[in-house]
Design a protein. Structure first.
Length: 73
Protein backbone atom coordinates (compact mmCIF):
# COMPACT_ATOMS: atom_id res chain seq x y z
CA UNK A 1 0.00 0.00 0.00
CA UNK A 2 1.33 3.44 -0.93
CA UNK A 3 1.83 5.87 1.88
CA UNK A 4 1.45 9.54 1.01
CA UNK A 5 3.92 11.91 2.57
CA UNK A 6 2.55 14.62 4.79
CA UNK A 7 3.18 18.08 3.37
CA UNK A 8 5.96 19.92 5.14
CA UNK A 9 5.54 23.43 6.48
CA UNK A 10 8.10 26.08 7.35
CA UNK A 11 8.21 28.70 10.08
CA UNK A 12 8.60 32.38 9.28
CA UNK A 13 12.30 32.42 10.18
CA UNK A 14 12.98 29.42 7.91
CA UNK A 15 11.24 31.12 4.98
CA UNK A 16 13.20 34.31 5.65
CA UNK A 17 16.47 32.39 5.53
CA UNK A 18 15.54 30.62 2.28
CA UNK A 19 14.43 33.84 0.57
CA UNK A 20 17.26 35.91 2.08
CA UNK A 21 14.94 38.52 3.59
CA UNK A 22 13.99 39.45 7.14
CA UNK A 23 11.22 37.63 9.03
CA UNK A 24 9.26 40.92 9.07
CA UNK A 25 9.34 40.97 5.26
CA UNK A 26 8.01 37.40 5.15
CA UNK A 27 5.15 38.35 7.48
CA UNK A 28 4.36 41.45 5.44
CA UNK A 29 4.36 39.47 2.17
CA UNK A 30 2.00 36.94 3.76
CA UNK A 31 -0.37 39.71 4.92
CA UNK A 32 -0.30 41.21 1.42
CA UNK A 33 -1.21 37.85 -0.11
CA UNK A 34 2.15 37.34 -1.82
CA UNK A 35 2.98 34.13 0.09
CA UNK A 36 0.70 31.15 0.77
CA UNK A 37 0.29 30.25 4.44
CA UNK A 38 -2.10 28.95 7.06
CA UNK A 39 -2.40 29.76 10.72
CA UNK A 40 -1.88 27.24 13.49
CA UNK A 41 -4.28 27.00 16.42
CA UNK A 42 -1.84 29.21 18.32
CA UNK A 43 -2.04 31.90 15.63
CA UNK A 44 1.39 31.33 14.06
CA UNK A 45 1.87 31.28 10.30
CA UNK A 46 3.14 28.17 8.54
CA UNK A 47 4.22 28.20 4.92
CA UNK A 48 4.10 25.21 2.53
CA UNK A 49 7.67 24.04 1.98
CA UNK A 50 7.27 22.98 -1.66
CA UNK A 51 5.66 26.26 -2.72
CA UNK A 52 8.25 28.40 -0.93
CA UNK A 53 11.12 26.43 -2.48
CA UNK A 54 9.54 26.76 -5.94
CA UNK A 55 9.24 30.52 -5.39
CA UNK A 56 12.89 30.62 -4.32
CA UNK A 57 13.92 28.90 -7.55
CA UNK A 58 12.07 31.48 -9.66
CA UNK A 59 13.45 34.39 -7.64
CA UNK A 60 17.06 33.27 -7.79
CA UNK A 61 17.29 31.83 -11.31
CA UNK A 62 19.35 33.94 -13.69
CA UNK A 63 17.24 36.08 -15.95
CA UNK A 64 17.68 36.08 -19.73
CA UNK A 65 18.19 39.85 -19.44
CA UNK A 66 21.20 39.38 -17.15
CA UNK A 67 24.49 39.37 -19.04
CA UNK A 68 26.69 36.29 -18.58
CA UNK A 69 29.62 36.73 -16.20
CA UNK A 70 32.72 38.20 -17.82
CA UNK A 71 35.66 35.89 -18.34
CA UNK A 72 39.26 37.01 -18.24
CA UNK A 73 41.31 36.38 -21.40
Amino acid sequence: MLQTAEPRYLRTAQVAELLQVSPKTVSRWAQEGMLPYFRTLGGHRRYPDAEIRALRETLFEPSAADPPPATSP
